[in-house]
Design a binder for this molecule. Structure first.
Ligand code: FAD
Length: 346
């Protein structure tokens, strides 16, 4: 009967909520795991109990993948195995093959949790994989209190909601890297390498409708915006791409990453991968300096967790001053040149 079916399926989901193991979908670059993948491992560590295990899934093609896999195998004492899918199909970060790969690995591994970073890579793959596995993903997790209880921001970070997952396995999460800083164990761990297993791709079907055309990356000496210790952000007040170079010069002097508001990005002063905020990157550096930024709620959502916030704005009532630790009312076109002059060389 229908009642039996519902009761049966509820029992199955509750029973299957026990820890089996967590799979972290990891990214690699230049033969190493990315900082956001290490944070995802940190988050997965919160789900570990004595009966559970943590596996990493890495995909790509060629020697850099194998190099990353070898490093991943001894990256953290909690990791128990590394799964590697080495094929040209995963050479580019195309969401469809990756989602299918996660589906395939889950069918074989039956993980209770699957975790990816809440960045463009994870946000692209995880919801598609969740659809293939017929579960609802939980995105932007900032805390894990129990194996099925998670905290995530809502209303652009103005409220936090605690969510209990009651669906069937796997419970799929994207986690915010800024909320799971890499601990000292992870950063300098030299644990004995765990086994590396090649994923059997013999049943992997290649039916998807997108094709990788090209990838354009900005070559920059500057630190990565998502993990920089200092971020210098400019807003619409900069007025032009030419003037935005003032922000870039200051960032260079301070060894900082450059950020921008959406207004500055939309006006074409800088590319959109520099956007900080609700629809941009979430950052939490030691020092965040905002020049000519009004402090709209959608911008604050992306930087409110910064340790020290400095704001320069010519309007004393600008909302950015409500979240700033240090505020300076003044014209950025006078203040930045003065700072450039007074700051010592790097
Ligand atoms: P403005 O709001 O125009 O502020 C410019 C500030 O510069 C003013 O406070 C002004 O007093 C000051 N100023 C002007 N001249 C000077 C000067 N010479 N010296 C010093 N100060 C000066 N925005 C984001 O940033 N990130 C997001 O991810 C984002 N996502 C969004 C998502 C949605 C769904 C929506 C609706 C909006 C989003 N926005 C986002 C846009 C956001 O609402 C604001 O429009 C935007 O952040 C404003 O950017 P701004 O502070 O540069 O510009």
């Amino acid at each position: 009967s229908l009642t039996y079916l519902i009761a049966h399926s509820r029992r199955r989901s509750i029973a299957s909520c026990r820890h089996l193991g967590t799979l972290v979908i990891a990214e690699h670059e230049g033969g190493s795991l990315t900082a956001s993948s290490l944070s995802s491992i940190e988050a997965a560590g919160k789900l570990l109990s004595k009966d559970s295990s943590l596996s990493l899934l890495l995909a790509g093609a060629g020697p850099t993948l194998q190099e990353a896999a070898a490093k991943a195998a001894s990256c953290h004492p909690s990791v128990s195995q590394v799964l590697v899918a080495d094929s040209d199909k995963f050479k580019n970060p195309l969401a469809e093959p990756w989602a299918k790969l996660v589906h395939l690995v889950q069918q074989k591994g039956e993980y209770s949790h699957i975790i990816a970073a809440s960045n463009s890579f994870g946000k692209n793959i995880l919801p598609r994989a969740a659809a293939l596995l017929d579960v609802s993903p939980i995105t932007d997790v900032i805390d894990i209190s129990e194996s099925n209880t998670f905290v995530r921001p809502i209303y652009a970070g103005n409220a936090l909601s605690t969510i209990r997952y009651t669906g069937s396995d796997p419970c799929m999460l994207t986690v915010r890297s800024t909320s799971f800083p890499v601990g000292s164990t992870s950063a300098d761990s030299k644990t004995n390498p765990v086994p590396i297993h090649q994923v059997d791709l013999s049943t992997f079907s290649e039916d998807w409708n997108s094709r990788h055309v090209k990838q354009t990356t900005q070559d920059s000496e500057r630190p990565d915006l998502g993990s920089a210790r200092v971020v210098i952000t400019g807003g619409r007040a900069l007025k032009s791409a030419e003037n935005f170079k003032l922000i870039e010069k200051l960032a260079e002097k301070l060894g900082a990453a450059v950020g921008a508001t959406r207004a500055a990005v939309d006006a074409g002063y800088v590319p959109n991968d520099l956007q900080v905020g609700q629809t941009g990157k979430i950052v939490a550096p030691e020092l965040y300096m905002a020049f000519g930024v009004s402090g709209a709620i959608q911008h604050i959502a992306g930087m409110r967790d910064s340790k020290v916030i400095v704001a320069v704005n010519k309007d004393a009532d600008a909302p950015i001053f409500q979240v700033a630790d240090y505020g300076l009312v003044g014209d950025l076109f006078e203040i930045i040149p003065e700072l450039l002059e007074k700051l010592p060389e790097k």
